[in-house]
Design a binder for this molecule. Structure first.
Ligand SMILES: Nc1ncnc2c1ncn2[C@@H]1O[C@H](COP(=O)(O)OP(=O)(O)OP(=O)(O)O)[C@@H](O)[C@H]1O
Ligand SMILES: [Mg+2]
Length: 295
């Protein structure tokens, strides 16, 4: 058994035990759009909050060429792989387990160390979920130290997450970007700030995240977060989310690092591993595969 398989097995065992302790509820429960629309959000902007003023154009052909999940009808392996992963996350967010999680629709994507594929995975998950007919997705670049979502998607906008977090003059509509993909919205990381990571653990962040969790009943929010090891705020952010996807780079991430990362995550959250860059089709070049082991 590989080290990653061992870690997945151990985590599944722990999670199953926790689910049994909590007593799983048989039916999903989440608020209706009506309930949520009647809620007042931060600063009293309420319903017009999401009529975002700004729109960015994603170059879908470029994304497809760079082997991201494709929105065309063509059947591609990566779409199939992400469909499996996404299904588990959506089930956790809206299915039976959702009642046992706080903010099950908020998903933190992190890894032990930099460069293991968090941004690549976050974007693919967001694209894959945006393909669902009845779900919307908000992708937030919360990796404020290495803000690569906008770079990878080749988009730019003056105001992002850190700008919102450091100034009450900046509102959610100022940072929320609509895209040419109907069900996908994006928030970029914002201007570099000497307290960037500290801002992620701030009260204003917690309020914003809370608003994301409750505003729309059909929305999944994906946070492309900093690594867990060495950035204390990532664990603080994790505590605001119901689910975590820990990206593990096959043949690189060490078991001790995976265990250490998982130990930093709150016990109550649903945790899955996404094994990135798995070798496949030996002799036919280097392929990528994904295994998602969630509770
Ligand atoms: N499965 C994959 N297939 C193809 N390219 C990949 C894959 N995973 C990652 N990459 C590429 O590897 C590089 C690092 O990935 P990525 O930027 O997603 O990692 P990260 O964990 O977000 O890094 P950082 O910690 O710097 O933010 C990028 O150029 C990305 O496009
Ligand atoms: Mg990144």
């Amino acid at each position: 058994m590989s080290t990653i398989e061992k870690a997945v097995t151990k985590l599944n065992r722990d999670n199953n035990a926790r689910t049994e302790e909590r007593g799983q509820q048989p039916s999903p429960h989440h608020q209706t759009g009506k309930d949520l629309n009647s809620q007042q959000g931060l600063g009293g902007h309420a319903e017009q909050r999401d009529t975002s003023v700004h729109t960015v154009q994603l170059d879908l052909a470029m994304l497809e060429k760079n082997n991201f999940v494709s929105l065309s009808k063509e059947r591609r392996l990566i779409n199939e792989e992400y469909r499996v992963i996404k299904r588990k996350l959506i089930n956790n967010a809206f299915g039976a387990l959702s009642k046992t999680l706080q903010h099950p629709n908020l998903i933190l994507v992190s890894s032990s160390r930099p460069g293991e594929g968090k941004t690549f995975s976050s974007i693919n998950l967001a694209l894959s979920i945006a393909l669902e007919q009845d779900k919307t997705v908000l992708l937030v670049d919360a990796d404020v130290l290495r803000p690569n979502v906008s770079k990878t998607l080749n988009i730019s906008h003056d105001l992002g997450l850190t700008d919102y977090l450091q100034s009450t003059d900046v509102t959610v509509p100022d940072i929320l970007l609509s895209t040419n993909i109907e069900r996908l919205k994006i928030i970029t990381a914002g201007s570099p700030h000497h307290l960037s990571t500290e801002l992620l653990a701030s009260e204003r962040m917690s309020q914003l995240v809370n608003e994301f969790a409750t505003r729309y009943s059909d929305r999944i929010v994906i946070f492309d977060a900093p690594p867990l090891l060495g950035v204390n705020e990532t664990a603080v952010m994790a505590a605001m989310c119901g689910q975590a996807v820990v990206v593990v780079e096959e043949n690189r991430t060490r078991l001790a690092e995976i265990e250490q990362s998982v130990s930093l995550l709150p016990k109550e959250m649903a945790v899955g591993f996404l094994i990135n860059k798995a070798h496949r089709n030996q002799g036919k070049g280097y392929g990528y595969g994904y295994y998602y082991g969630a509770s």
